[in-house]
Design a protein around this ligand. Structure first.
Ligand code: RB5
Length: 141
């Protein structure tokens, strides 16, 4: 199960990502927002991050205009390793090396075609389980 949330800047892209995930047979829990009307990204970042932190959802996806505000908020929640990604290498590496559990996207930066690739890369790449990566994650967890 994947938790997903956005602000007004990410609303249209969120709809495309949800359709893509459902198409892949992946269950999605949507934490809003539900329109293009201006709203506050910390509300949705916190809701998704808390859900992942509590273990109710394995991974989270957050979308705002830049992806930056969402990642700042999510990373303040205990147990969250949120990665703002704009390229496939980073979306893969942040799972392999950082065991990231929240992907943050910027709808005003990343087009939907690339965004769906980043989502797939993030979901399909496992954590390496390498001792050195576990050690480094434990140094900031
Ligand atoms: C909203 O205008 C914008 O500030 C927000 O979507 C996001 O980019 C914040 O980091």
């Amino acid at each position: 199960m994947i938790a997903i949330g956005c602000d007004h800047g990410g609303y249209e892209l969120k709809k495309e990502i949800i359709a893509h995930l459902k198409n892949r047979g992946i269950e999605v829990k949507d934490f809003g927002c539900d329109s293009n009307e201006s709203c506050d990204y910390p509300v949705y970042a916190n809701a998704v991050a808390e859900e992942v932190s509590a273990g109710n959802c394995e991974l989270g996806i957050l979308i705002c205009g830049t992806g930056i505000g969402m990642s700042m908020v999510a990373n303040k929640v205990k147990g969250i390793r949120a990665a703002h990604c704009t390229d496939c290498f980073s979306a893969r590496a942040t799972k392999e090396h950082n065991n990231a559990n929240v992907l943050c996207l910027g709808a005003r930066i990343t087009g939907s075609g690339l965004a769906l690739m980043l989502v797939d890369e993030f979901i399909d790449t496992p954590f390496s389980e390498d001792e050195r990566h576990i050690r480094r994650i434990n140094m900031f967890s």
